[in-house]
Structure formats: structure tokens, C-alpha cells
Design a protein around this ligand. Structure first.
Ligand code: AMP
Length: 404
């Protein structure tokens, strides 16, 4: 079965074509700066033995429709495409950021589903409109191909009420949907399954703490294979310190800043989304730059690293206590997969909980099947590269397979 996975942002569109007999990537690409005067197209067609064709060029793409058409053009180009035509695609799997209360599972798209996604837009105004637009374009271009939506919030629907709700007037939940939803669910689910495989245990019996540390970052507590708590909230602004997002804050700070600087809600949101987090602390949001700056004596960069790790430890400790028994701690995403210093700092002081890193394994996890914990550590620790596209494709296959 050939699955086209589509993951789009407000000005970008990422895609991957997978042959699910063997879970092989046939082609992948990224369209950037959609709607800007000059956009950028990157595409790669590959075989099992490596890339066979790779292009990067500039092209104006006035909207997501133009970007999607360009992706199809690349996928089906006569000499270099992975397939002869769109009829060779069996299903399209779309990542949708927010599924609200309605969506707990990957779902086959029909008009009622589209209506329900439309209703979630107020909860995710920056993400869901672009997701919805591309689903509509795909339906229009390929009315005969099943489309499946896979939600980043769905994995967290098992979070129990005491961890799900905010202590606000109850009507805000009932009337406005204000509650914790959690994000990065596709990634947390993928690495949880991989971790269970490495532990040689059924997913349904593992307790894990999964740390997705990328430009966006969240930690998830998993009991018996199901999410029971996560650091992100109603929006992806809550929880860990991120590249440009502050994470947890005293809500009083926001009122204070807004009053003192006479800021509108939109201006405040811009600061919280794009000017805070690591960037707010030290002016840089790429962990590689921050590490280099800290090594050369930049004190604010050092502080940013210490604050980032402190917040991670705070959640790891809380979730270890909440779970009672933890089989493994998993690091994933750009920082989690690549930054041994941050991993070590996140695990510092966790020996009383039963977690000890092996400093040598932590420097080269790939040489140890991803394991970075010391031989006697009661809680194992692993680095597991995430693969959201593969998880979306797997879930799409499950939905399409169940159609009979
Ligand atoms: P992601 O959002 O998962 O793509 O992660 C992106 C972030 O990962 C970047 O902003 C970097 O901060 C971080 N990153 C990527 N590679 C490395 C690396 N080799 N060392 C440290 N951080 C890295």
C-alpha cells in the first residue's frame, strides 16, 4: 500500500510517499515560503539503496493549492518521479494539529469530519486552517483516494480528568473547550511503541516518560501504553521552555506586561509564541548555537541551558512520582536525539529515582541501540529518533485497512 503523508504549516508543506510493504520511503519533499514572492521547493526521490534524485529550486507558490500541485508534479515527473501518476497512491494521511474534544482516533475524511475540524479552528487558529485547506485541496484533486486525518492531540485523550482540567470557571470548559489537550501525540506514540519493542514488552504493559525535545518541546507520562499526563496544555505554549515559547508562566506576568507596556492580546501572543523561550533568555533559539556560546563563556546562554534542563527535570520527576513505576525514559526530536549535554543535564540528580546514565553510551547512543542508561540503572534510558510520517502512514493504513 502506498501512502502519501502530508504535514503542512501556515506557509509550508511537507510530504512523504511511503511504500508500506516494507515501510520504505519512496520520495519526500518540503515546500517553503508559500504565499511569499519567492518560495523554495526541495524534493528527493529515493530507492532502498539511497537517494537517486534530489532537487532544490526557487518557485513562487501563491497558495497551498499551488504547493500541493508542485508536490504532485515532483512525485510523478516522468524521468525522476517515484510514481507514474496519482492513481498509484492508495491513501493520503494528513497530520492535523488539533482534534479538540471530537477526535480520539485517526479518522476517514468525509463532509461531517471536515465540519468537525472546522469547529476546532478557534482552538488552533495558527495551525488548523492550513491543515483543513490542504485536505480540501487533496479531496478536490483526488476525489477517488481515501483521505485520513491523524491528530497530534489524539494520543492524549486518555489523560484522566484530574490532569486534564484547569482550575477555572467550569463554564469555560463546557462552553469554550478550555482544557489540556496536549500535542506531539504522534511522536510520543511512535517512540512509545519503539521503546516497548526495545524493552521486549507489550506496549499495553509499559510505563514510560517520553521527552520530545525539539524547537517545540513536551514531555509525556505513559502508563500501560496510554498517555496519562503531558506538559503542553490547551495550546502548545504550556510546559517546557522551547525555542521561542516560554512554557509555564505565572499568568499574572501576562497581565502585568500587557498593562505596563500597553499591549494588545495579539502583541502578547506574538511575544509568547516567537520572542520568548531560549530566544528570550539569550537571543538564540538553536540549541547548537547556545551550546557553542555557553562553551565560550556567554553567561546568558549558560543560564538558558540550565533553565531548559531544570524545567525538563521538574516534569520528569513529577511524572516519575505520578507513574510510580517507570520502565524507561525516552529522548527524541532535534535536541533529544542529538544533544548529549542536555540529556545528561536532564537526568542529573535522578539517581534516587533509579535512573543513572552511562556517560559513554550517552555520547554515542547509536553504538548501543539507543540505550544510554548505566548497566545497573533500574529505569532504562533510550534515544529513539522520532518518525511522525511513518506513524501517520501506519495509522492511515489501519483506517483504510478496516474499510474492508
Ligand atoms: P526539531 O524541532 O525536532 O526539528 O528540532 C529542532 C532543534 O533541534 C533545533 O532548533 C536545534 O535546537 C536542535 N538540534 C538539532 N540538531 C542538534 C544538535 N546536533 N545538537 C543540539 N541541538 C540540535
Amino acid at each position: 500500500m502506498r501512502i502519501l503523508v502530508v504535514n503542512c504549516g501556515s506557509s509550508s508543506l511537507k510530504y512523504q510517499l511511503l511504500d508500506m510493504d516494507g515501510e520504505r520511503i519512496m520520495a519526500s519533499g518540503l515546500m517553503e515560503r508559500i504565499g511569499e514572492p519567492i518560495g523554495r521547493v526541495s524534493h528527493r526521490t529515493q530507492t532502498a539503496s539511497g537517494p537517486i534524485h534530489q532537487v532544490t529550486f526557487e518557485r513562487t507558490m501563491t497558495n497551498h493549492r499551488a504547493a500541493f500541485r508542485e508536490a504532485i508534479r515532483q512525485l510523478t515527473a516522468s524521468a525522476t518521479g517515484a510514481i507514474a501518476g496519482p492513481e498509484e497512491i492508495d491513501a493520503v494521511g494528513h497530520r492535523v494539529v488539533h482534534g479538540g474534544e471530537a477526535f480520539r482516533e485517526p479518522t476517514l475524511v468525509d463532509p461531517a469530519v471536515l465540519d468537525a475540524i472546522e469547529k476546532t479552528i478557534p482552538l488552533a487558529p495558527l495551525h488548523n486552517p492550513a491543515n483543513l485547506m490542504v485536505i480540501n485541496i487533496a479531496r478536490e484533486l483526488f476525489p477517488y483516494i481515501p483521505q485520513v486525518v491523524v491528530f497530534d492531540t489524539a494520543f492524549h485523550h486518555t489523560i484522566p480528568p484530574h490532569a486534564r482540567h484547569y482550575a477555572l470557571p467550569w463554564s469555560y470548559y463546557e462552553e469554550l473547550g478550555v482544557r489540556r489537550y496536549g500535542f506531539h501525540g504522534i511522536s510520543h506514540r511512535y517512540v512509545a511503541r519503539e521503546a516497548a519493542r526495545r524493552l521486549d514488552l507489550p506496549l499495553k504493559s509499559v510505563n514510560l516518560i517520553t521527552a520530545h525535545l525539539g524547537n517545540g518541546a513536551s514531555i509525556c507520562a505513559i502508563r500501560d501504553g496510554a498517555s496519562v499526563d503531558t506538559s503542553m496544555g490547551m495550546t502548545p505554549l504550556q510546559g517546557l521552555i522551547m525555542g521561542t515559547r516560554a512554557g509555564d508562566l505565572d499568568p499574572g506576568v501576562m497581565m502585568y506586561i500587557a498593562r505596563r507596556l500597553n499591549m494588545s492580546v495579539d502583541q502578547l501572543e506574538e511575544v509568547l509564541q516567537n520572542e520568548s523561550g531560549l530566544k528570550g533568555i539569550c537571543g538564540m533559539n538553536d540549541m547548537r548555537d547556545i551550546q557553542k556560546a555557553a562553551e565560550s563563556g556567554n553567561e546568558r546562554a549558560r543560564l538558558a541551558l540550565d533553565m531548559f534542563a531544570h524545567r525538563c527535570r521538574h516534569y520528569i520527576g513529577a511524572y516519575a512520582f505520578e507513574l510510580g513505576r517507570v520502565d524507561a525514559l525516552i529522548f527524541t526530536a532535534g535536541i533529544g536525539e542529538n544533544d548529549a549535554h542536555i540529556r545528561a543535564a536532564c537526568c542529573g540528580g535522578l539517581a534516587p529515582l533509579g535512573l543513572e546514565l552511562d556517560p559513554f553510551k550517552n555520547q554515542a547512543p547509536e553504538d548501543h541501540h539507543g540505550e544510554i542508561s548505566a548497566a545497573g540503572s533500574r529505569i532504562k534510558a533510550y534515544v529513539i529518533p522520532t518518525n511522525e510520517e511513518l506513524e501517520i502512514a501506519r495509522q492511515t493504513v489501519k483506517v483504510v485497512g478496516s474499510l474492508g
